[in-house]
Design a protein around this ligand. Structure first.
Ligand code: NAD
Length: 398
């Protein structure tokens, strides 16, 4: 009897987990060997990282063990770091040896994009993983403690967020809720704390309607946030950031939320990329490699007008399902289906009980939008872990 074909999924983020779950569900027993390779043995909710980063939620709440989601009898999980893909040799090179494949689904996620701005890599902090947000959380607390050692150093209490996209704004929404608690604990006058959001574009939250953006910006301004719009971050040092035409903001904390790029593994493996992303064909395959699907933040899917869809958890999840279906079709020698993205809307949280959202022609803000956010998050938890995971995590996802 012929050996079962090997399907390997790289990455356990939104795209990879969804693909592995779909393969687990749709493949017949023994039809293929499925392996998921991930750096950690847990899956984390990237769209929730702003909470542990600001300290309003525990890092543990933003993750779930991969073995709690996938059936180990149907999907083998390997905790390894992917270093390179060798398409000619049909193998993946990892820190602990090579993994051969017949069909590969690459879902390695994104990395912060710094656009070559000097000093960001060295001095800014990034909301990108559980370890990075644990670090940010402790760093923020430490700034308060340091300030109490030398109260002339008020820049310890200055926070700069570069980029007013969803990551930057959702983080600031949590930070403004966290500051009063930190001030109380450290006996610090809240009036000494400064929070700046520096955004190169003329407005915050690109993609949202102007009235929703106004709502979000007004709300955060009332909570003390200073927006510097239409002003780029030019340079970051250990002392703070230089912005626009030379102004320097002295700050103990600089968070960079200026955007994401694809995984460097794809570039290192010789794929043609744009900012680390592979432009995939309508079936989500890498050009010239019919047996390799690329999905999530490391891929670019073009819309009907030939423009790339922005990366998001929503598109990653849909790509995960589509890539798994096409991988199975490929194995069975059947016809694959082109990927079709159904955009269901976006909700941005602005701290506890506050959010903005646009779903179809409906626009929501305030408490209603915060409930909508809970529903969106709840649907995902249910999808990957059923009622058990939903009940376990839902309180945190509020
Ligand atoms: P983004 O690309 O959406 O936003 C980055 C922002 O940084 C932009 O507004 C850009 O103009 C700004 N910027 C870039 N260079 C700058 C500079 N030099 N100085 C100042 N500002 C600069 O990136 P993001 O917010 O990290 O989001 C990445 C992706 O993840 C997006 O597609 C987003 O939709 C998605 N996301 C979704 C959620 C959610 O659904 N709740 C949460 C977080 C992120």
């Amino acid at each position: 009897m012929a050996e079962p074909k090997k399907i390997v999924v790289l990455g356990g983020g939104y795209a990879g987990i969804t693909a592995a779950l779909k393969l687990q569900k749709q493949l017949a027993r023994g039809e293929a060997d499925v392996t998921l390779v991930n750096k950690h043995d847990y899956h984390y909710f990237t769209t929730q990282l702003h909470k542990p980063a600001a300290g309003t939620g525990s890092p543990d709440h933003a993750r779930v063990g991969i073995r709690d989601i996938l059936n180990p009898r149907r999907v083998a999980v390997l905790k390894r770091t992917v270093e390179k893909i060798d398409p000619a040799g049909k193998k993946v090179l990892t820190d602990e040896g090579d993994i051969p494949y017949d069909v590969l689904i690459v879902a390695l996620g994104g990395e912060p994009e710094t656009f070559g701005i000097p000093g960001l890599t060295e001095h800014a902090l990034f909301i990108r993983s559980l370890s990075s947000v644990r670090y940010i959380r402790e760093h923020i607390k430490y700034q308060f403690a340091l300030f109490k050692q030398d109260e002339d150093r008020t820049e310890r209490l200055t926070f700069v967020v570069g980029g007013a996209g969803l990551t930057g704004i959702e983080f600031v929404g949590e930070l403004v809720n966290r500051i009063p608690e930190l001030c109380r604990y450290h006996d610090v006058d809240p009036a000494l704390v400064n929070i700046f959001v520096v955004e190169a574009a003329p407005a915050a939250l690109p993609g949202f309607d102007a009235d929703l953006v106004d709502y979000a910006v007004d709300l955060l301004r009332r909570k003390g946030v200073v927006f510097k719009l239409g002003i780029p971050v030019k340079k970051c040092t250990s002392e703070g950031v230089e912005i626009g035409d030379g102004e320097f903001i002295r700050a103990g904390t600089v968070i960079w939320a200026g955007g994401v790029r694809g995984s460097r593994v794809l570039e290192a493996s010789g794929f043609e990329t744009t900012r680390g992303r592979v432009v995939v064909n309508p079936y989500l395959q890498a050009p010239g490699h019919g047996e390799i699907f690329v999905i999530g933040d490391s891929s670019i899917v073009l819309n009907d007008q030939g423009k790339p869809y922005p990366p998001s958890a929503q598109i990653a999840i849909q790509q995960g399902e589509a890539a798994a279906r096409n991988a199975i079709a490929l194995l069975r020698g059947r016809e694959m289906a082109p990927f079709k993205y159904f955009y269901r809307g976006t909700v941005a949280s602005l701290g506890k009980g506050e959010a903005i959202g646009s779903v179809g022609k409906y626009k929501v803000k305030g408490a209603k939008a915060a409930i909508l956010k809970k529903i969106v998050d709840g649907r995902y938890l249910f999808k990957i872990g059923g009622v058990r995971l939903l009940i376990r995590k839902m309180a945190f996802f509020s």
